[in-house]
Write a new protein. Structure first.
Length: 158
């Protein structure tokens, strides 16, 4: 069976559980031969669908287990999204911290190298240690931020 290209037929297919035809679809069937032919082919199947009994409702225990499963899945997806965002922040901030500290190192070294090469060397070593500490603090704080943010999300959804 070739499905008609009429939007009215598509609308009827979407509403098949209804027993009666809408007045608009009845008028359309009077006009459109292709839809009328397709309707006649499907009419018996639709009647068989109407003769079947509705399925029994699900037990409350099963519904609650399904709801808990959906909540767990949503929480896992949220946690995954949060971790990805925090990794993105870390990946963006780490080079930025390195670049800023590199700029300070170059400017400070040039300024201090004219006064004392030893003082300039000490300054660069101090700045390298400080930059490493700052980068470690940033990267190390990401799991804490993730846990804190996810805890706040779970409290809102419970």
């Amino acid at each position: 069976m070739k499905k008609p290209s009429c939007p009215e037929f598509d609308e009827w297919l979407e509403r098949i559980p209804r027993r009666e035809l809408s007045p608009a679809f009845r008028r359309h069937l009077e006009i459109c031969e292709e839809c009328r032919r397709s309707y006649e082919e499907l009419k018996d199947v639709v009647h068989l669908l109407h003769e079947e009994e509705a399925p029994a409702p699900l037990p409350p225990e099963m519904l609650s287990r399904m709801a808990a499963s959906v909540r767990r899945t949503a929480a896992e997806r949220t946690k995954t999204r949060l971790i990805r965002k925090l990794v993105g922040v870390g990946a963006f901030c780490f080079p930025l911290i390195v670049a800023i500290n590199g700029l300070w190192a170059v400017l400070g070294y040039r300024l201090l190298a004219g006064l004392s090469p030893t003082l300039a060397f000490i300054y660069v070593i101090f700045l390298a240690v400080a930059a490493s500490f700052m980068a470690a603090m940033l990267i190390g704080s990401l799991p804490l931020l993730a846990a804190w943010s996810f805890k706040g999300y779970k409290e809102k959804t419970s």
